[in-house]
Design a protein around this ligand. Structure first.
Ligand SMILES: [Zn+2]
Length: 345
């Protein structure tokens, strides 16, 4: 079968690899119907050290059909349509029961550290019963892009909103206008936010943010962005900030635009060891939360809104490629030609 392998920064190849197969009795093999390239895939694309022989198998978001299951898999069978969250989890440990599947004691992540990836014709899914979400619907091409976002970006935007304590009547700001930030706009609106300010500057992303419910756009950066958000919020800043980038400057901006007593929900993978803004966060009593989103826990909650057409997060996909054009998809996202690329293997 064919799969996406990254060997070093900028070097993404489509290669023939051994077919995905059942190894553990709790495994399933999923034939990938749709996958995508993630903003977080751009970090290794820009900076990964060479992995000479094996490279790194890429991709952690997928929707597909179960092709085979191990002897201990109980909740699905070949032919079922499933959503594959970016993390695998057993569904039975203390953290899974608490709805934090990304801390599962047996869990891990796809497309990293030797685990196979979803930008491929198929992949092996460990702990299938706990990991995969079986959809009762058949394949509906119009719904597939939005259902695919439940594997990561929509659940991650929702997690940012939840950990930033978004609720009815709240003033909210979103730092980052990538697919996760845009899904954060959807999540904030869905949770009842009164004002939704997005910090971003790309025309295509801004247009989508407005369509999703953003009430204000701030295109300034740094101190000027902070000043502008204060102007828009009666001088105090917002109750809730969704940090969807992960850089030092974006985190500092996030803390600086939170009002006293406010909260920042971080879902951008931090690129630094230390967290900026420690002193303003302290003196303003700002709660800083967030982390890898337990998207498996959120599928049940978000799915009805997609199936009934109340939200359409699949609009973040503005380019569709076959497997052969995945390397060009990375290039397009890296150069901001594309918000998010969907892969149809
Ligand atoms: Zn678990």
């Amino acid at each position: 079968m064919r799969a996406t392998v990254m060997y070093r920064a900028g070097d993404v190849r489509i290669e023939t690899v051994p077919d995905a197969r059942i190894i553990e009795p709790t495994d399933a093999v999923v034939a990938v119907s749709r996958a995508c390239i993630c903003g977080s895939d751009l970090w290794p694309y820009r900076g990964m050290e060479e992995i000479p022989d094996s490279g790194r198998r890429m991709g952690h978001e997928a929707i597909g059909f179960v092709e085979a299951v191990g002897n201990d898999v109980r909740t699905m069978k070949a032919g079922d349509l499933v959503i594959m969250p970016f993390a695998y989890s057993d569904g039975s440990c203390t953290f899974c029961h608490e709805g934090l599947q990304t801390s599962c004691v047996q869990g891990g992540f796809f497309g990293i550290a030797g685990m196979n990836g979803a930008q491929a014709e198929a992949l092996r899914v460990p702990l299938a019963d706990g990991t995969l979400f079986v959809l009762a619907v058949g394949q509906d091409d119009a719904l597939m892009p939005s259902l695919l976002t439940l594997s990561d970006v929509m659940g991650t935007g929702h997690h940012a909103a939840v950990t930033a304590k978004v609720g009815p009547g709240k003033k909210v700001a979103i730092v980052g206008d990538g697919a996760v930030g845009l899904c954060g706009v959807i999540a904030a609106k869905r949770l009842g936010a009164e004002q939704i300010i997005i910090l971003g500057r790309h025309a295509d992303r801004i247009a989508l943010a407005k369509e999703f419910g953003a009430t204000n756009i701030v295109s300034e950066r740094g101190d000027e962005a902070v000043e502008r958000v204060r102007q828009l919020t009666g001088g105090y800043g917002v109750h809730s900030v969704l940090e969807c980038v992960g850089l030092e400057q974006s985190m500092l901006t996030a803390i600086s635009i939170a009002r006293p007593g406010g909260a920042v929900g971080r879902v951008g993978v931090p690129q630094d060891e230390t967290m900026p803004g420690s002193q303003p966060a302290f003196y303003n009593n700002i709660t800083v939360g967030g982390g890898p989103a337990p998207v498996r826990a959120y599928i049940q909650e978000l799915l009805p809104d997609i199936l009934e057409g109340r939200i359409e997060p699949g609009k973040v996909f503005d380019r569709v490629v076959g497997l052969d054009d995945v390397p060009d998809g990375y290039r397009a996202m890296d150069q901001r030609e594309s918000i998010k690329v969907m892969v149809e293997p």
